[in-house]
Design a protein around this ligand. Structure first.
Ligand code: CO
Length: 130
């Protein structure tokens, strides 16, 4: 029932990064701008999962801040869950911190929320429902 929906990777240049993965033989399935996150996202299927390449569209984008602090690299892991509301509610009751309180709509129209790394062993963990 659970699966790793995607691995989010912060990149400086979406074009350069896409070219790298295309060289490997992967293909870009979709590309879109998520306005409220200030990112341009390219999705590349890898078996049942995907690689999500994230490029900042503004200097105050969370991805721009990540790149400034940590450089390019793995940004988050996204787990697909069957019941997002129920899962979030249960986790909140046991004290889990979330990056934002509300569930948002992201790439491909999927609903998602981020668990704060302080509650997830230093990992930025996205929960999504697809
Ligand atoms: Co993601």
């Amino acid at each position: 029932m659970f699966s790793i929906d995607h691995l989010g990777i912060a990149v400086k240049s979406l074009a350069a990064s896409k070219a790298f993965y295309e060289q490997l033989g992967l293909r870009v399935e979709s590309e879109e701008v998520i306005e409220h996150e200030k990112v341009r996202v390219a999705m590349l299927p890898v078996g049942e999962s995907r690689i999500e390449l994230l490029e900042a569209t503004a200097d105050d984008s969370p991805i721009a801040r990540f790149l400034a602090k940590r450089g390019e690299g793995l940004h988050h892991i996204s787990l697909r869950v069957a019941d997002l509301e129920g899962t979030v509610e249960r986790m909140k009751q046991s004290g889990t911190r979330f990056v934002s309180d509300e569930i948002k709509i992201g790439a491909g129209g999927h609903r998602y929320v981020f668990v704060h790394p302080a509650s997830a062993g230093g990992v930025l963990l996205e929960l999504c429902e697809g």
